[in-house]
Design a protein around this ligand. Structure first.
Ligand code: FAD
Length: 366
């Protein structure tokens, strides 16, 4: 049976796109690899975040904003359809500073970006005392923070589960434990998996995270993405000690404090290291000294999916018309945009977003 779309990769990116296409009445088959594959969607930090994104490319800041604005209705719809509350909170988020210099430098950059966004960049600067009124547990070394009102967080694992359930409810097929080995096109697309399964589709979306590095070149994409390791820690359940998330820590809805994440260029290695975890713990305790007494219950490492400039890649293949590459670094933040707007782009409707700046032409060399 031929589907309208075959989606290669059942992480948050592939499932968000699949969900949006199914809602447009398209038939979709999602093919997802085995448990040995790298899966950023299962190891991330869960921020639904705007600040600091797109400093050098305002369209990326705007695209993130479009997504965070669509997130509430997206999560409400998923909850209504599946019963999963993905724990979305959008009450703002902090960028903490330990020196006046870094705070001033960041504010200077935010002002430049704000002007390019016609003023739509709602943030405020909180000095230590103002911050303490918002976050009584903040430590003395934090001199202040930037509070950005468009930031928030969600539970990424519940998001993944809700998306998978709803994709199935909408009639999508999800084939697990299958690795696509080759993609050919003679009229329609034929995808061959390592276990001999074949899938046929009129169009295909490559959203395989780091797996795109292998398949991409054969489908006419440069796919110049690389892994970047992030180590993360989580504490035991604690009483509420923080009101908003930050890039340093966030308290999840069940009470545990998630602390993260490192940024390490170590190739395809997702192990944790004592040095990495100790560094995270130190910064977290400087920010919230009360964490010094918390028990850690788990740590993990996961690999980010990074393009050379950190921006998403949305590319139509010229070699294989009907094949698309969709990959990004911030798949939780962009889940709502991928679900709502990417299907318009794939279907080339009049409402398709302008994604020109995100194509691969910006990378000179593969
Ligand atoms: C430590 C860390 C912290 C992060 N924090 C945040 C955050 O706070 N906010 C945010 O928005 N983003 C965050 N991210 C990024 C976010 O997790 C990713 O952008 C997102 O998960 C990417 O999703 P994906 O579906 O592209 O990739 P993945 O989740 O990696 O999924 C790719 C899927 O493709 C499958 N696959 C690969 N090759 C093949 C093949 N040949 N055939 C079939 N299937 C294949 C794999 O099995 C896998 O399931 C973080 C990432 C990390 C690592």
């Amino acid at each position: 049976m031929e589907s309208d779309y075959a989606i290669i990769g059942g992480g948050v990116v592939g499932l968000s796109v699949a969900w949006g296409l199914l809602k447009r009445g398209r038939s979709v088959t999602v093919i997802d690899g085995d448990d040995g594959s790298f899966r950023a969607s299962r190891g991330n930090f869960g921020l639904v975040w705007v600040q600091s994104k797109g400093m050098n490319q305002p369209r990326y800041a705007q695209w993130s904003q479009q997504s965070v604005k669509a997130w509430r209705a997206f999560s409400d719809e998923l909850r209504g359809n599946t019963g999963y509350d993905v724990g979305l909170e959008q009450n703002g988020g902090y960028d903490f500073h330990f020196s006046e210099e870094t705070l001033a430098e960041t504010v200077r950059k935010y002002e430049t970006l704000k002007a390019k966004l016609n003023g739509d960049y709602p943030y405020e600067i909180l000095g230590h005392n103002e911050l303490r009124r918002e976050e009584p547990e903040i430590g003395p070394k934090v001199i202040g923070a930037i509070l950005h009102h468009q930031d928030g967080h969600a539970n990424p694992l519940k998001l993944l589960k809700a998306l998978a359930d709803d994709v199935r409810r909408l009639g999508g097929r999800i084939l697990n434990d299958k690795t696509v080995k080759s993609v050919s096109r003679t009229g329609s697309f034929k995808l061959e998996c390592s276990d001999g399964t074949t899938v046929e589709a009129a169009k295909t979306v490559l959203s395989a995270g780091l797996g795109a590095t292998e398949l991409g070149p054969n489908m006419g994409f440069k796919a110049p993405i690389r892994p970047q390791r992030g180590q993360v820690l989580i504490t035991e359940k604690l009483p509420r000690i923080m009101n908003r998330p930050s890039l340093i820590a966030r308290q999840v809805e069940e009470g545990g404090v998630q602390i993260g994440a490192t940024n390490e260029e170590v190739g395809f290695d997702d192990t944790v290291t004592l040095e990495g975890l100790a560094g995270l713990a130190e910064t977290a305790i400087e920010t919230y000294p009360v964490l010094g007494k918390a028990q850690l219950v788990r740590s993990w490492g996961a690999l980010r999916v990074l393009s050379p400039d950190g921006l998403p890649i949305y590319q139509k293949s010229t070699e294989m018309p009907g094949a698309y590459l969709v990959t990004c670094h911030s798949g939780i933040t962009l889940a709502a945009a991928h679900a709502r707007f990417i299907p318009e782009w794939l279907e080339e409707t009049p409402d398709a977003p302008d994604l020109e700046v995100f194509n691969e032409d910006r990378f000179a060399i593969a």
